[in-house]
Write a protein of this length. Structure first.
Length: 231
């Protein structure tokens, strides 16, 4: 659509960006927490690395399955709403026109103008007008289960590879500290990049993920140490 000025909108990125950021964040944090927890309770580096590899594999597959099921459920709900609205338009077109008119009146249009707008939009695309203005459905970012699943799995694995690589390179006695440090740096960078891609402030996003990263690793490390002592 022609525009008098260049005004890019970033909301269209919300679907894949949410899956990508969530996948990478979970990959980094869950794998790092697992490594720190096992390292705190085990004296065997092989066990630590095995736990990290298993966590990365299981987490990526779990993220993919979870995203696919979640987004598919969202798509099912939207399809049901579309079918219901189609049936209502066929059964009671006048009542649907009145409903659309009332919506525009509530938004501030005068009754006559609201009626005119409702009639013209109904003539052009009745279903589209009701989906957009009555239900709130748009084609801005339609649910894409396969895309969300693939993005989540790949970004989880990519995120998990960071603390896992550090654990492989670091000596056993330093695994907890090197993994924790690398994880916090990676989380801060991820939070800032995700915020930039979405057009949001970078510092608050970075601080948010770092705070919860510290909390997760502290709790997991404490549990690992306690279990290790008990066993």
């Amino acid at each position: 659509m022609p525009s008098a000025h260049d005004e890019p909108h970033l909301s269209g990125r919300s679907g894949w960006l949410r899956a990508a950021v969530m996948g990478a964040n979970d990959g980094i944090l869950s794998t790092a927490s697992l490594l720190v927890g096992v390292a705190a309770g085990s004296g065997d580096k092989v066990t630590v690395l095995l736990a990290g590899i298993a966590g990365m594999s299981a987490g990526a597959l779990s993220m993919a399955a979870g995203e696919y099921v979640s987004v598919s459920s969202q798509a099912d709900v939207e399809r049901a709403d579309v079918a219901r609205e189609l049936a209502e338009l066929e059964a009671n077109p006048q009542g649907e026109l009145d409903e659309l008119t009332a919506i525009y009146e509530q938004r501030g249009l005068s009754p006559d103008l609201a009626r005119q707008v409702a009639q013209e939009l109904t003539e052009k695309d009745a279903l589209g007008a009701h989906l957009r203005d009555e239900i709130g459905l748009t084609d801005l970012s339609p649910p894409q289960p396969v895309q969300a699943a693939v993005v989540s799995a790949l970004t989880f694995a990519a995120g998990a590879a960071i603390p896992l690589a550090v654990a492989i390179l670091a000596p056993l006695e330093a695994v907890k500290y090197t993994v924790a440090t690398a994880t916090l740096l990676a989380l801060a960078l991820l939070g800032a990049l995700g915020a930039q891609a979405g057009g949001a402030p970078r510092l608050p996003a970075a601080m948010r993920v770092v705070f919860w990263g510290v909390a997760a690793m502290l709790v997991t490390g404490g549990i690992g140490a306690l279990v290790g002592q008990a066993l």
